[in-house]
Design a protein around this ligand. Structure first.
Ligand SMILES: N[C@@H](CCC(=O)N[C@@H](CS)C(=O)NCC(=O)O)C(=O)O
Length: 206
C-alpha cells in the first residue's frame, strides 16, 4: 500500500498518527509526497486517485484508492480494531464520532480557513477573503476557550479514553502555529496540560 501525503499538512498527519497508534510501522509504508503548495494535488494524474484533489490518499495494492482522512482511519480500525480509536460499544462510537466531528468543524476547519484566508497560501486556486480568515481565527479561539472548560472535567476530548478526537484536535492545534495561533498559558492551562500528555505519545511524532 501507499500513502500519498504532504508531510507538513494536517490531514496526512492525522492519518500517520492514527496508523502509528495502531502499531503500523510507517517506515514500511511507501509515502509519496505530493507538493500541495506547488499544486501537484491538482494534476490530472493525482485526480485519478482522488477527484477532490486533496491529500491524504491511501492506495491499496490492487490500485483501489481511499481518500478522506476519516475514511482511511476507519479502514485501519476495521482491519485491526485494537486499540479502539473509534470506540467499541455503540455509545462509545457515537460519542467519539460526535467529538471528532466537533473537532473537525469547530477547530480544524476554522484553523485551516484562517491559514488559507490570512496568508493567501492557495491564492492560485481560490479567492482569498482576509476578513473571513480573521473571523475563522476568532472561531477557533472560541473552541479553545470551550475546550479548556471541557478538559477540566475529563482527561480526553471524548471522555475517559484516548481517541481519534484527540488526534484531530492536537494536530489542528499544532498546525495552527503556522499562523502563530497558540493556546495561552493562562487562559488555556487545561488545554496545554492535555496537549502535553497527547504529544508525549510515541505516535505524535511520526
Ligand atoms: N476532507 C479531506 C480534506 C483533504 C484536504 O483538504 N487536504 C489538504 C491538506 S491537509 C489539501 O490537500 N489541500 C490542498 C488544496 O486544498 O489544494 C480529508 O478529510 O482528508
Amino acid at each position: 500500500m501507499k500513502l500519498y501525503e504532504f508531510a507538513r499538512a494536517p490531514n496526512p498527519r492525522r492519518v500517520r498518527f492514527f496508523m502509528a497508534e495502531k502499531g503500523i510501522d510507517l517506515a514500511t509504508i511507501e509515502r509519496p509526497q505530493i507538493d500541495i503548495a506547488a499544486g501537484e494535488n491538482l494534476s490530472e494524474a493525482f485526480r485519478q486517485k482522488n477527484p477532490m484533489g486533496g491529500v491524504p490518499v491511501l492506495e491499496l495494492d490492487d490500485g483501489t484508492c481511499i481518500s478522506e482522512t476519516m475514511a482511511i482511519c476507519r479502514y485501519f480500525e476495521a482491519i485491526d480494531p485494537t486499540p479502539a480509536l473509534l470506540g467499541s460499544t455503540a455509545l462509545e462510537q457515537a460519542t467519539i464520532e460526535m467529538w471528532n466531528r466537533r473537532m473537525e468543524f469547530n477547530l480544524l476547519l476554522p484553523i485551516a480557513m484562517a491559514f488559507r484566508h490570512t496568508t493567501g497560501h492557495f491564492a492560485d486556486r481560490e479567492t482569498v477573503f482576509p476578513e473571513y480568515g480573521k473571523d475563522s481565527a476568532e472561531n477557533a479561539l472560541k473552541t479553545l476557550n470551550f475546550l479548556d472548560t471541557h478538559l477540566a472535567k475529563q482527561p480526553f476530548i471524548a471522555g475517559k479514553a484516548f481517541s481519534v478526537a484527540d488526534i484531530t484536535a492536537v494536530v489542528s492545534i499544532d498546525f495552527a502555529r503556522i499562523i502563530k495561533f497558540r493556546p495561552d498559558a493562562e487562559q488555556h492551562a487545561n488545554v496545554l496540560a492535555w496537549h502535553t500528555r497527547i504529544s508525549e505519545r510515541a505516535a505524535a511524532s511520526v
